[in-house]
Design a binder for this molecule. Structure first.
Ligand SMILES: Cc1cc2nc3c(=O)[nH]c(=O)nc-3n(C[C@H](O)[C@H](O)[C@H](O)COP(=O)(O)OP(=O)(O)OC[C@H]3O[C@@H](n4cnc5c(N)ncnc54)[C@H](O)[C@@H]3O)c2cc1C
Length: 438
């Protein structure tokens, strides 16, 4: 898809073997098929995974807890429909004395992974050849008659760490290179994608000359706290799962489940059944997923003096708000006769939304210093189907909102006085530029 849009030169099977930060950009050596080539660029992003070579080259440390566990990940093909079709799920945990781990459905049919813990003091992933893995999976399934085709076996370390710096000179870290946390919560890749969403528009703005270079410093200020919060959340989920008998800190569970004393086994089963309800924040954490906001010092946002919503549970309770730093709320709206989400108004431009009587604010930002903008006047360009958009966005009829290309609200004025161009001042602050009057 990226290739199809002509935006990037995508090269598979290519390895970066050196990266030098020069005064005006970066110079990298890339190797492919035995051939080596030097490329130069304004900036580089190290999105090279949990053991990031780029991070090592930059000497950036990770900050967090010691490793929580060592895991084997087996990717395999098997038809498990007989065991799963009456209880479809993405994750299936199994516990018995021969095998204990989690099956993750890749396509809900034949493609699966099975993850389980190993002891690094006595073993390495090389001690798990396909035949041994096949036996472990059969034991976990409790079936020896199912055809299991092992595709790939690898080891990974369950960590809870965040890079101390997301940027050094012209090089940035993104994805697992910048943060690694337990998969309990399912937000590792989501956090990485949001890193890219945050950084991409800023790089485009700086390279295309409509934002100042200091805008790029906001990447660390905005994204690192999100990774830290997601790390804490994921670790808390992992620890809480111990009460169900799952995870590195759960001990004695298998012994009790398989006890010859039926009362001991029944008590363990009952305790596990009870604790399942406690896992709800792990699997329905809308605020953890969507409620993160950029309102710390250094964010590319202009605060409007309002407080964030008060939440009963920081993981599960999500309150849609257009407070600066938050993600633009969703609402169904009609635009040009079509029903769309308000989120569909966001694009590679700065989005300006005004109240129904606020169209005059647009004059201030039209054609300014080549900043790509799009404009929406509530009640004229979009009409809500079942929401009061002024209420939802927290602006009066004369108010305005600046939304960044990553969908986060950059600035808001609920009811500005007079016809001044405060919106232009806010835009300049967000983009770290000074606009010269036309
Ligand atoms: C069991 C498990 C379950 C998970 N479930 C979820 C989930 O449900 N939801 C979720 O959001 N996340 C989940 N995650 C986390 C998710 O898999 C990772 O966060 C994500 O894959 C990280 O993506 P990345 O692109 O940053 O790194 P990677 O996927 O590791 O990709 C890094 C890439 O960089 C390449 N590379 C490395 N060095 C170089 C070099 N020198 N030159 C060129 N290329 C290089 C590598 O070959 C690789 O292709 C899970 C993880 C695990 C282990």
């Amino acid at each position: 898809a990226v290739r199809g849009r002509g935006l990037a030169d995508v090269r598979h099977g290519t390895k970066v073997t050196s990266l030098v930060d020069c005064l005006d950009g970066v110079r990298a050596t890339i190797e492919s098929g035995g051939r080596s080539q030097t490329v130069t660029a304004d900036y580089a992003i190290g999105a090279d995974g949990a053991t990031s070579w780029v991070r090592g080259q930059l000497g950036i440390r990770m900050n967090g807890m010691p490793p929580l566990a060592q895991q084997i990940n087996v990717y395999f093909h098997a038809d498990l429909s007989e065991l799963t079709e009456h209880r479809p799920a993405v994750l299936y945990w199994t516990i018995n004395s021969a095998a204990r781990g989690v099956f993750i459905a890749m396509d809900g049919r034949r493609r699966w992974t099975f993850n389980f813990e190993y002891n690094p003091a006595v073993e390495t992933p090389a001690d798990y050849p396909p035949e041994r893995c096949r036996g472990i999976i059969a034991a976990a399934l409790g079936r020896s008659d199912i055809d299991i085709e092992i595709q790939r076996v690898g080891g990974w370390t369950m960590c809870a760490e965040t890079a101390t710096a997301y940027r050094q000179g012209h090089v940035f870290l993104a994805g697992d290179a910048a943060h690694r946390f337990p998969p309990t919560g399912g937000i590792g890749m989501n956090t990485g994608l949001a890193d890219a969403d945050n950084l991409a528009w800023k790089l485009a703005a700086v390279i295309n000359g409509w934002a100042g270079p200091t805008l790029l410093d906001s990447y660390h200020a905005e994204r690192r706290p999100v990774a830290q919060s997601n790390t804490q959340y994921s670790v808390a989920n992992a620890l809480k799962m111990a009460s169900t008998g799952i995870g590195p800190t759960a001990t004695g569970v298998v012994e009790r489940l398989e006890s010859i004393d039926p009362d001991v086994a029944a008590a363990q089963r009952a305790a596990m059944a009870d604790s399942i309800e406690q896992q709800r924040p792990h699997f329905g954490a809308l605020n953890q997923d969507l409620g993160y906001r950029y309102d710390r010092p250094g964010a590319a946002v202009v605060p409007d003096g309002t407080d964030p919503p008060v939440l009963r549970d920081a993981a599960t309770d999500f309150v849609a708000t257009a407070r600066p730093g938050s993600r633009l709320p969703h609402a169904w709206v009609v635009r040009d006769g079509a029903l769309v989400s308000m989120l569909d108004l966001v694009g590679p431009h700065v989005l300006i939304i005004t109240g129904r009587d606020g169209a005059h604010h647009l004059r201030c930002v039209t054609g300014v210093a080549e900043v790509p903008t799009s404009h929406v006047v509530l009640g004229a360009d979009i009409v809500a189907t079942d929401t009061d958009l002024h209420d939802l966005l927290g602006i009066g009829p004369n108010g305005w909102l600046i939304v960044r290309p990553d969908g986060h609200v950059a600035a808001r004025s609920a009811s500005p006085d007079g016809d001044g161009c405060a919106i232009l001042t806010a835009l300049a602050k967000v983009l770290s530029v000074t606009f010269t009057p036309a």
